[in-house]
Design a protein around this ligand. Structure first.
Ligand code: COA
Length: 308
């Protein structure tokens, strides 16, 4: 897991505590693992197709969030961060089986912090913006359903950190990756120094952060930074949507339990982790979907999962 709650929330034996929400969420409770519908008023006040500089749409069971700031290479302005928080608070639905984040245009997935906006910010405003990475963006790492970065171009600085928050990363062949913060006199502070070592290992993370090395998609795939590179003929979003079909058509409770157990592996020692895994299995054991899968197997048909 790339959650901001790593190291906390140790699991007592036989009990599987869920991950605490990282964003104040009237609409969703990651704390109990259930989707709770947002109050109707909050939904009414939000355009279902847009949230600030983000556009939203649904396809194949996935909520697709597109950063629509191509002229600034999809950089993360304050309004963009707030909009991400609002997606979690007001738009994520109990029917969403996955969340995909992508950028507009082909040049950049996200060029990191909006450096033009940053140039005019005082110290306290910068500090407040860093907090927003935790409150408005980090929900991607504790979301009740899998999150996927469909990386359509350069993922730099906070843009790469945005991708690191996601459970899965698919990239276009021309995508590139770097954390160049130290060359700008700062460090990655949207979780990059913590998430990157967990994903690519301590040694590679030191190289990427201290040298600011820029990686091609092929190099990123080789070191395990991304899971997949799409074919050149199709868009990375199309590829991601097809690739995650086993998620969006799979058993919802099992998906959720697997996600929680996997994310727990980053914050628990092996003994506590194995206990947590058993507790997550227990949640599936009593489900109708498990019986449906067994029946479908003996009847030689595809299972029809209901999330119960
Ligand atoms: N913040 C604000 N504006 C940005 C930006 C950022 N992080 N990255 C790019 N832009 C703006 C550029 O200033 C330019 O604006 P202009 O047309 O008004 O001059 C516009 O986006 C296009 O940028 P350009 O560099 O011409 O696009 P490109 O497609 O050739 O290259 C990048 C794209 C992302 C590779 C390149 O813009 C880049 O390296 N950006 C800086 C990324 C960075 O260092 N991020 C780390 C932040 S900690």
């Amino acid at each position: 897991m790339q959650g901001s709650d790593r190291g906390k929330n140790q699991a007592p034996a036989g009990k599987a505590p869920d991950l605490p929400p990282t964003a104040a969420s009237p609409g969703h409770s990651a704390a109990n693992g259930k989707h709770e519908p947002a109050p109707p008023t909050s939904r009414r006040t939000h355009d279902p197709h847009a949230e600030g500089p983000l556009t939203l749409r649904r396809e194949n069971g996935a909520l697709i969030i597109t950063i629509d700031r191509e002229d600034r290479r999809n950089a993360l302005s304050l309004a963009t961060l707030q909009a991400f928080g609002n997606v979690f608070r007001h738009h994520l639905s109990p029917d969403d089986r996955a969340v995909i984040v992508t950028g507009s245009g082909a040049r950049a997935f996200c060029a990191g912090a909006d450096l033009k906006e940053r140039a005019n910010m005082g110290l306290d405003a910068v500090r407040a913006q860093l907090v927003r990475y935790r409150t408005d963006l980090a929900w991607l790492s504790t979301c009740p359903v899998p999150t996927i970065a469909a990386i359509n171009g350069a993922a730099l600085g906070g843009g790469l950190e945005l991708a690191l928050l996601c459970d899965l990363r698919v990239a276009a062949p021309h995508a590139s990756f770097a954390l160049p913060e130290t060359s700008l006199g700062i460090i990655p502070a949207a979780g990059g120094t913590q998430y990157l070592p967990r994903i690519v290992g301590a040694a590679k993370a030191r190289e990427l952060i201290l040298l600011g090395t820029r990686l091609s998609a092929a190099e990123a795939l080789r070191i395990g930074l991304i899971h997949r590179i799409c074919d050149v003929e199709i868009s990375v979003l199309e590829d991601a949507l097809t690739w995650i079909n086993p998620i969006t058509s799979g058993a919802p409770l099992a998906q959720h339990a697997a996600l929680r157990a996997l994310r727990a592996a980053d914050r628990l020692d092996i003994d506590a982790g194995l206990e947590f895994e058993l507790a997550c299995y227990e949640e599936c054991l009593t489900s109708q979907d498990r019986i449906e899968a067994l029946n479908a197997f003996s009847e030689k048909r595809a299972p029809v999962f209901k999330g119960k």
